[in-house]
Design a protein. Structure first.
Length: 288
């Protein structure tokens, strides 16, 4: 979604400008600013002849029902849209929260895709480029998000304490994960060859690597390894957590390593871990 400024009325443009300013003043991440602003712009375009401040709750609900019925957005998209609308009326116009208590979509319960340890080994071995192999190993070794991979700087790797510091990740929080000894060997070899300047992973002219480029790396590696299972760089994060759980690491430690706010979020890995399922015998095995 990309905003076309020239399609807004002067009043809408001013509202969107103020909206963006307040988001930044409240120290929201640039990614969140972009997401909120884009969703709010979609909302504004449906009321071209009306000042944003005069749009009623009834009109908002009608708008949400119309587009929910069209099946255009996922539950996540619908909830992001609602968040963007509520932000304008509650934070920009300072109206009471209860007035804009809009119904949210219930998200379907979906289990994350997990790569087996053997699949990850094949992916790593199929990646000949040293920079790309280091990226993949880093994602799996510490359970990093793709945004955390591209935002890592050289100073964030502490080989003395064997920790990696992830600064201002999701939710504007710092956290640390362990630095694998084998990953450190890879990092040293990578640094010797590529000599990054500021960012751990840089493109041409020392420009910070993009998240899209990292996603392309894992897809190419999967293809070379003959792995047809769906999955992105984030699947390595899910695999990291699941394999730790299967190896005996407690949920609280995994929660801290992943940077989750709630233990409930971390508990999803209990549903995909083979640790508990492997102890249960299928009734078919008793018959045949």
């Amino acid at each position: 979604m990309k905003i076309q400024i020239n399609t807004f009325t002067p009043t809408q443009y001013l509202a969107l400008k103020k909206y963006t300013e307040i988001l930044r003043l409240k120290n929201y991440s640039e990614n969140t600013v972009t997401v909120y602003r884009n969703w709010f712009s979609i909302f504004l375009k449906k009321f071209p002849n009306q000042k944003p401040s005069t749009i009623t709750k009834e009109q908002i609900l009608e708008f949400l029902m119309r587009y929910k019925g069209a099946g255009i957005w996922s539950a996540t998209g619908q909830n992001q849209l609602i968040n963007s609308i509520k932000f304008f009326y509650e934070k920009v116009l300072n109206r009471p929260t209860e007035v804009y208590d809009l119904p949210r979509a219930k998200k379907p319960f979906q289990l994350p895709t997990i790569f087996a340890e053997e699949e990850i080994k094949k992916i790593i071995e199929a990646t000949e480029n040293k920079k790309h192999r280091t990226m993949i190993c880093l994602a799996y070794a510490g359970g990093l998000r793709v945004s955390e991979i591209v935002n890592l700087k050289l100073k964030d790797i502490d080989s003395k304490r064997m920790v990696i510091t992830l600064r201002q990740g999701k939710g504007k929080k710092d956290r640390q994960v362990m630095l694998s000894e084998k990953l450190l060997i890879l990092l040293r070899a990578y640094f010797k060859e590529y000599k990054p300047f500021v960012w751990l992973f840089e493109g041409a002219k020392n420009v910070q690597y993009s998240t899209r480029s990292v996603q392309e790396v894992i897809q190419q590696a999967k293809k070379k390894a003959g792995i047809n299972k769906r999955g992105s760089i984030h699947t390595l994060r899910h695999s990291f957590a699941t394999h730790l759980l299967e190896g005996g690491t407690d949920l609280l430690s995994i929660k801290a390593l992943l940077g989750h706010n709630s233990l409930r979020t971390t508990m999803i890995y209990t549903h995909v871990s083979k640790k508990h399922l492997s102890k249960i015998q299928s009734p078919l095995d008793k018959l045949i």
